[in-house]
Design a protein. Sequence first.
Length: 164
Amino acid sequence: MPVRIPGRIPDARFDELFAALRYNRDRALLVFWVSNGARAEELLTCRQRDVLPGEQLLGVVRKGTRAYQQVPSAADAFVWLRLYQEEAWRAGVPRGPGRRLWWTLRPPFRPLTYHAARAMFGRANRLLGSNWTLHDLRRTAAYRMARDPKLALTDVQWSWGTRI
């Protein structure tokens, strides 16, 4: 019986997907998802205090264990995040350490939900004629991490929040 290879986004198609996104918030989300392998809901529930750009870490609450874990993330993700934050704060999005990190783009501002993020991703998919899921971003992150000769498989598992 054939085994289906888990979906991941090839690098060239990832570049197209990134280019199809219209907002800095969406670019930041995409780069975080692909660089740290956090689940969609884990990233979307981050607080503003969870961002440590100097250390290239983002704190997430893990889905299964509810444990707080700081995961390494790409430097580019923090650049896109900062661009988004400046725009959002100028527009009136609430700020403060205990406030959510991700918000809707238009007033009345509300924390960004999984369904809204999925809809954003779906719009980009339609532009490209693709059908990737938010979970495919997690698989893409795992694939990239596993292929990095500087990362041990146990480091990938730890970053993913899986048991070793």
